[in-house]
Design a protein around this ligand. Structure first.
Ligand code: M6P
Length: 431
């Protein structure tokens, strides 16, 4: 409902958002609300499409011709689709996500430009709403997306390597730290923990910035009205985090403090998450040395319809909350406990009783190799009460002598809010 508090997607209004259609080389700029920064198509335009080759700009959705139905936000344009019945139009489908997320271009069909956006703003009951979060992605000059959303922690943060045993410096990325245990001020995204107490050294106000094609920057400042810690004396706290995409494949390392006097902190983090996303991810079951500088093929793990599914138990068996997960890799599970949907790759079955839930599908799966971790993500399972769609995340590890003829088996590692984590040792993850 739109009242004084604004629409439910209010938190997204403060920023200008971008998305790129890589195939057609079109860059979209989105202005969701009257109060949002304008696109280059002018203040009345909600969605502006720029043809990167011809440099021609065109509004594909007007702010005043907005229609919100459930979690789908449409913006009509006054122009008719050439050769069609309908008007030029933009349609954004929102889903519940754990971070602010980013709009993703999906397709354009009959002058309707479709986007999908997984964001905490679309969840029920403010379930994943942080104290503060800013957009956490940028496009480089080649139109490639660099996305730090996978680094954002929903609770707690990262310990910065500062070479000082007397203090701990914690940061979250693009979002406030949610770490009650460390008693950091709730809006802090950088927090100094000392013997005297925990102090905020700032929170984000602007989104992630591009410094060069292999480096990104994030800045934190104290929010207006919050008082400066005594230990900063007359200096205003400031934190600059620089993310560096390494020039070759490289395993993960912690963020490092490179300067920290007078409450001005410089943090440097060499991480592959700073590299462009097409380098890190694929939507198939393979990564290739040409595109990803590493070669991985998980297809030998895919089961045939006549095979028994992979399975993992959660917790002590026969407990009240003990589940079995049936799984396949990059394919449909060979059983039908979770129904006939042909894309189900992860199915949760309660051991006591007949509760079954789809815990992830391979249709929009992501295989990612970043900072030495090989991860397969199955999204779009059945919804939890928060609105979040159950999801499975498998972390593959190399084990040349894995059981099951080298294939190995998934091992349940835990659940947080309808995301299910698994570890899987297999010979097919050896790089
Ligand atoms: C089931 C299982 C759990 C999950 C829970 C969520 O019990 O799928 O893994 O955490 O549902 O329940 P709700 O939708 O009430 O949040």
């Amino acid at each position: 409902a739109e009242g004084d508090a604004g629409p439910w997607y209010q938190d997204l209004c403060s920023y200008k958002w971008e998305a790129i259609d890589q195939d057609n080389k079109v860059k979209y700029t989105l202005k969701l609300c009257e109060s949002s920064p304008s696109t280059s198509c002018g203040p009345a335009t909600a969605v502006c499409a720029l043809d990167l080759l011809s440099k021609v700009e065109q509004p594909v959705g007007d702010l005043s011709l907005q229609r919100l139905s459930g979690s789908v936000l449409d913006f009509n344009n006054t122009k008719k689709c050439p050769g069609g019945e309908n008007n030029i139009q933009t349609s954004i489908s929102f889903q519940c996500g754990k971070t602010m997320g980013t709009p993703e271009f999906v397709a354009v069909s009959q002058c309707v430009h479709y986007f999908e956006w997984k964001t905490y703003a679309a969840c029920k009951k403010d379930k994943f709403k942080p104290h503060k979060e800013v957009p956490c992605y940028v496009f480089d000059s080649d139109g490639k997306k660099h996305d730090l959303n996978p680094l954002i922690k929903v609770s707690d943060g990262y310990l910065v390597d500062d070479g000082d045993d007397n203090i701990d410096f914690y940061i979250n990325i693009c979002r406030s730290l949610n770490s009650p245990d460390r008693s950091c001020p709730e809006d802090s995204a950088a927090c100094l923990v000392t013997g005297q107490g925990s102090f905020s050294m700032g929170s984000p106000t602007e989104g992630l910035e591009l410094v060069s094609s292999d480096s990104l920057r994030l800045q934190y400042r104290l929010s207006p009205g919050s008082s400066r810690p005594d230990l900063c004396k007359e200096h205003e706290p400031a934190v600059t985090i620089t993310f560096i995409c390494p020039s070759n494949r490289h395993s993960g390392s912690a963020p490092k403090m490179t300067a920290g006097s007078n409450c001005r902190y410089e943090v440097e983090w060499v991480t592959e998450y700073a590299c462009h996303r097409d380098y890190l991810e694929s939507h198939s079951c393979k990564l290739t040395s040409e595109q990803h500088d590493i070669s991985v093929d998980l297809t030998p793990l895919t089961l045939a319809t006549s095979d028994h599914p992979y399975y993992a138990h959660s917790g002590p068996s026969s407990g009240p909350d003990s589940y079995i997960y049936y799984m396949n890799v990059c394919g449909k599970i060979p059983t039908s406990e979770c129904g006939e949907d042909p894309f189900i790759s992860s199915c949760q079955v309660k051991e006591s009783g007949d509760l079954t839930k789809v815990a992830g599908r391979y249709q929009n799966q992501t295989l990612r190799y970043s900072d030495g971790d090989l991860t397969l993500i199955y999204p779009d399972g059945s919804r939890c009460s928060s609105g979040f769609q159950r999801m499975s995340i498998i972390n593959f590890q190399c084990n040349k002598t894995a059981s099951n003829g080298g294939r190995g088996n998934p091992v349940f590692a835990g659940e947080t809010d309808c995301t299910y984590y698994f570890n899987w040792e297999t010979a097919f993850a050896c790089i």
